[in-house]
Write a protein that binds this ligand. Structure first.
Ligand code: MSP
Length: 660
């Protein structure tokens, strides 16, 4: 029996799961279900990556031990998946004893083969990435991911002789065009291999620096580098080296996003080769979900909670949207408007409407008993052919991880069926008493709807189960696929249970009120813009403070003498009528008339507390109009950050006294 083994990345436990993690895991779930429908012996693995500096830091922040911390967050991931309709068969943790033992076996094997050596190494270490960068890999001396300056660390470490396998890897990728897919990522990896920037891989960390990791079997003073440890999960979870599942399911397929292309496309295959193990079949690489074209981030408050979406719009509709909206390999933008748009257009209008119309006609004209029928007319034959070709395209595209195109191919059939209803007009056939023709039309429609439901089960298991139940089939709700031979289902329209009772009505995907949503979204957008502004203002203030404390270029004594600095006495102060942060001060500088100066101190001083107070100011600054009022000079203040104090002589001096 053909096997299919699919994995997701094992997620870091330093953050809670969000839309991005949910997407990968939902795609893996859909792929696993799809291959189950093709009758393949399928295994689906996900899990958590729990070692490394980042985890120790995150645990410290929460006042927990690393162990307590990883148990808690790993638990959140494990609990989330079933709530998103995900039916993984295994859940691996890198802190599992079985995994640790496998990593040590793997290290020993590669060490014994002479591909791990001990050496002195100086490199640019980025704590954010937990890895060393070579000079060539840095961009203007900064880590290309975090744009921070890495620390130069020199220490003795163990190295995997990765460079030895790079020419072989290049040849392998050239000879196997779909080893890494889609093509753009294959190209990226080939470019990486051809750039000459890749070297041997440092695979250890001294325990003096990090203890939260798997000890090297050949040196107890070192732990294993997290990536070398993490990648082995894909076989440790199968019980490698001795496990029966390893023998049964390996080699499998991996699913990852573009952020972790290099470890999967370069480190992992060379590691497998060095250990003498077969390579994975495919590396499937998808793009990133953005939110309104920006990266999801906690500080912007735009992180999408998948459970929340599932609860608001229905889990199946959410899953459908994710697979339909993202062209596998490219980035996609998430918004609730787009989600609602798809639900209303594709699910409520096209698919939901088809089910609702056809089932209510079957109730009306056939007492909900599924009628028999045989293809007769050209229109019937066209539908029959379209059904076969749409399904074949769907299967082919889905196999090749082109989910959006696969669903689009199926929707061609959905839309054609709605048109067929219109053109065949069963209501007219009923009126004219053409019972046999009426039965045929309904039979063809119901048979095609059944095929659509079978195809959709991997994507929308609950909704597809409901569709099949409405067509008189029993579908268990325990993850058992509704067919084990989806490929054979493309051959003919057969399979419909003629004579069985269909549901009298159907309301699978109710329309969502997009006007109400638009209102809600506008409020949300305003709030998020406010937040973005605040974040930006904070950044600017930081920059300004940094500028204020950094030394300015030297000036001549003459330049300094050219400033007209004086002490004045505040005559009156009031708020600027059009600017919250400004006060309008009238100050006596002994000039006869008080001078008007606007000052940005409204947040720090109440106007009524200022009259009679002495202040220092620059008088010969060019006058400036600010929000409708003239400012003739500038009052001097001191302070950084949130501190702002007026400068005042320590005893009263005559108004207009020069400062020198
Ligand atoms: N622990 C490593 C993986 C080790 S695998 C041997 C890791 N973990 S992670 O928690 O950062 O997960 C990264 C993965 O999460 C991405 O490759 C992708 O599958 C998913 N996503 C996280 N954010 C994403 C988006 N914004 N969009 C799409 N998927 C992304 O890296």
């Amino acid at each position: 029996m053909k096997t299919f083994y699919i994995t997701t990345p094992i997620y870091y436990v330093n953050a809670n799961p969000h839309l991005g993690h949910a997407y990968t895991t939902i795609v893996a779930d859909a792929m696993a279900r799809f291959h189950r429908c093709l009758g393949e012996d399928t295994l689906f693995l996900t899990g958590t990556d729990e070692h490394g500096d980042k985890i120790v830091q995150a645990a410290e922040k929460r006042g927990l031990t690393p162990r307590q911390f990883v148990d808690e967050i790993s638990g959140h991931f494990r609990a989330l998946w079933p709530r998103l309709g995900i039916a993984n068969d295994r859940f691996v943790r890198t802190t599992d004893e079985q995994h640790k033992a496998a990593v040590q076996d793997f290290l020993q094997k590669v060490y014994d083969a002479g591909d791990i050596y001990f050496g002195e190494f100086g490199g640019h270490y980025c704590y954010g990435c937990e890895r060393f960068y070579t000079e060539k890999e840095l961009e203007n001396g900064l880590c290309p991911q975090h744009l921070t300056k890495p620390e130069f660390i020199s220490e003795k470490n163990y190295f995997f002789r990765m460079s030895k396998y790079l020419p072989w890897l290049r040849e392998y990728i050239l000879a196997n065009p779909d080893f890494i897919r889609p093509e753009r990522y294959r190209g990226e990896v080939l470019a990486m291999l051809e750039s000459g920037a890749l070297e041997d891989l440092c695979i250890s960390r001294p325990k003096t620096r990090l203890t939260w990791g798997i000890e090297l079997p050949f040196d107890h003073d070192y732990v294993c580098y997290v990536w070398f440890d993490a990648l082995i999960n894909y076989i440790s979870a199968l019980g490698w080296p001795g496990g029966a599942e390893y023998a049964r399911y390996w080699p499998g397929e991996h699913l990852v996003a573009k952020d972790i292309l290099k470890p999967h496309a370069v480190f992992w295959p060379t590691m497998l080769k060095a250990a003498g193990l077969p390579l994975y079949r495919h590396l499937n690489v998808h793009g990133y979900w953005l939110v309104r074209d920006t990266k999801m981030s906690k500080s912007l408050g735009n992180v999408v909670d998948p459970l929340d979406m599932g609860q608001r719009y229905g889990l199946d509709a959410f899953r459908y949207f994710l697979l339909r909206e993202m062209h596998f390999g490219s980035d996609a933008s998430f918004s609730e408007e787009a989600l609602v748009g798809r639900i209303n257009a594709d699910l409520a209008n096209d698919l939901g409407n088809l089910f609702s119309r056809v089932l209510s006609m079957t109730a009306k004209y056939c007492d909900s008993q599924i009628p028999a029928g045989t293809v007769h007319t050209d229109a019937d034959r066209a539908i029959e052919e379209l059904c076969a070709s749409a399904m074949e395209n769907y299967l082919q595209l889905f196999r090749n991880v082109r989910f959006a195109q696969a669903l689009e191919a199926l929707w061609e059939l959905v839309r054609a069926l709605n048109k067929y209803v219109d053109s065949q007009a069963p209501w007219t056939l009923a009126k004219e008493g053409q019972q046999e023709r009426l039965s045929t039309v309904l039979n063809i429609l119901l048979a095609c709807m059944r095929k659509i439901a079978l195809c959709l089960w991997p994507v929308m298991p609950k909704a597809a189960g409901a569709m099949l139940a409405q067509l008189g089939e029993e579908v268990p709700d325990d993850g058992t696929p509704p067919t084990r031979d989806l490929a054979a289902e493309t051959a003919s329209l057969s399979g419909l249970r003629v004579g069985a009772k269909a549901a009298p009505a159907s309301n699978l995907f109710p329309r969502i009120d997009s006007a109400a949503l638009a209102e809600e979204q506008a409020a949300k957008k305003a709030k998020s813009q406010e937040k973005t502004k605040k974040v930006q203002a904070k950044d600017e203030k930081k920059k300004a403070d940094a500028a204020a404390t950094s030394p300015l270029p030297e000036i001549s004594f003459d330049t300094f003498k050219s400033l007209d600095l004086r002490v004045g006495t505040v005559v009156s102060a009031e708020r600027h009528p059009h600017a919250d942060r400004l006060l309008r001060l009238l100050i006596d500088f002994g000039e006869g008339e008080p001078r008007q100066i606007l000052s940005g101190i409204a947040e720090y001083y109440a106007p009524e507390a200022l009259a009679g107070r002495q202040v220092c100011a620059v008088l010969n600054l060019a006058p400036r109009k600010i929000r409708g009022l003239m400012s003739c000079g500038m009052v001097l203040t001191a302070g950084v950050g949130d501190c702002c104090r007026l400068l005042t002589p320590d005893e009263v001096v005559p108004a207009g006294s020069p400062i020198s």
